[in-house]
Design a protein around this ligand. Structure first.
Ligand SMILES: [Zn+2]
Length: 146
């Protein structure tokens, strides 16, 4: 879940990062700020040329990194959203099954006619009872016995 925090705002952050690095690259601001440090450090020859290029291209490298950050972030967040949706759907299916079960039980209950008094012991039938609460005898009036 830490990755969610990291990628949540990858699009606005990534775009801001790209814009900033485009400005740094076009205006040469980063290069002009850092190159004097290298020049004053006494580095010469091939290493200087390499560092010179590296500093020149640093904003471009960051642009690529920010683009990757956006792309990976979008893919990752899409995946997370699908997982959340999937979980919600599973919960819904589960709830529907439970409701269907209750409805089935109710339908099964309403299918029968019931004695108002127990045919075995004569005690009054309480509401929603299928069997006598005193003696356990069935309170269902069988169709063929009517
Ligand atoms: Zn009874």
């Amino acid at each position: 879940m830490k990755l969610v925090k990291f990628f949540k705002y990858s699009l606005p952050i990534g775009i801001a990062g790209i814009v900033i690095n485009i400005i740094l690259f076009v205006t040469n601001a980063y290069y002009e700020l850092v190159v004097p440090v290298i020049e004053n450090s006494g580095i010469e020859g091939g290493l200087f040329t390499f560092l010179d290029y590296l500093i020149y291209l640093t904003p471009c490298i960051f642009m690529v990194l920010f683009i990757a950050y956006i792309v990976i972030g979008q893919i990752y967040m899409k995946k997370v959203h699908l997982q959340v949706e999937d979980k919600a759907n599973q919960d819904l299916v589960h709830k529907n099954r439970e409701i269907q079960k209750v409805l089935d039980e109710k339908a099964e209950f309403l299918k029968h006619n019931y004695y108002t008094n127990c045919p075995n012991c004569g005690s009054a039938r309480a509401e929603n009872e299928k069997v006598c609460s005193f003696c356990g005898a069935s309170l269902i009036i069988e169709e063929n016995k009517k």
